[in-house]
Design a protein around this ligand. Structure first.
Ligand code: SF4
Ligand code: SF4
Ligand code: SF4
Length: 185
């Protein structure tokens, strides 16, 4: 049987980046599946349909969804209670698709059509004012895997650019604190 590349597997995954499979996101999960290091029934957002597709691609037997990872459920999205939000901004960094709008000391809100339902923002909130709600019909269809992937890649690019900028600033501060004779040219 031919070797299946991780990219082929990743192309089938829902890209919510929810980590329920036990990996840091969909691509690490795809890498593990390609290496035969994990089972094909550990993605609740993909559910039974994904298990069937993975079984066909990998030439493995389908299995029921592993309940230790969660249950298959209709799409949901995060909603922030405006009366309870204290504007601490702690929910921003964990969101893999930058679906939360707001800044420090401002009311935060979720861009409904971008939310993957990953729930990664919930534990970050110190006042438990983020709630998961059923996907509202008026919000249109939930984002596709392609939408999620594009937003996640943009998020990662922004995160790496910010980290590199911070690194540059720290280096400049360190240089400025040194005696002139020992600074880098
Ligand atoms: S969507 Fe599936 S593969 Fe991706 S992180 Fe969540 S459980 Fe893992
Ligand atoms: S708003 Fe929360 S649930 Fe929605 S994608 Fe962002 S982190 Fe996930
Ligand atoms: S973590 Fe909670 S309280 Fe803080 S900004 Fe986000 S929603 Fe508001």
């Amino acid at each position: 049987m031919r070797r299946v590349e991780a990219g082929e597997i990743d192309a089938l995954l829902p890209q919510t980046q929810c980590t329920r499979c036990g990996y840091a996101g969909c691509r690490p999960s795809a890498d593990a599946l390609a290496a035969g290091a994990t089972a094909l029934n550990r993605c609740p957002p993909g559910g039974a349909a994904l298990i069937g597709r993975l079984a066909a691609l990998l030439g493995r037997e389908p299995l029921p969804l592993d309940p230790a990872c969660g249950v298959e459920a209709p799409a949901r999205l995060a909603w922030i209670d405006p009366d309870a939000c204290i504007g601490c901004a702690r929910c921003l960094p964990p969101c893999p698709v930058d679906a939360i709008l707001g800044a420090a000391r401002q009311l935060h809100t979720v861009i409904a059509s971008w939310c993957t339902g990953c729930e990664l923002c919930l534990p970050a909130c110190p006042v438990d004012c983020i709630h998961m709600v059923d996907w509202p019909q008026q919000a249109g269809p939930p984002p596709t895997a392609a939408d999620n992937r594009a937003r996640f890649h943009a998020h990662e690019a922004r995160r790496m650019s910010s980290a590199a900028e911070r690194e540059r600033e720290l280096h400049q501060l360190k240089q400025a604190s040194l005696p002139a004779w020992s600074r880098e040219p």
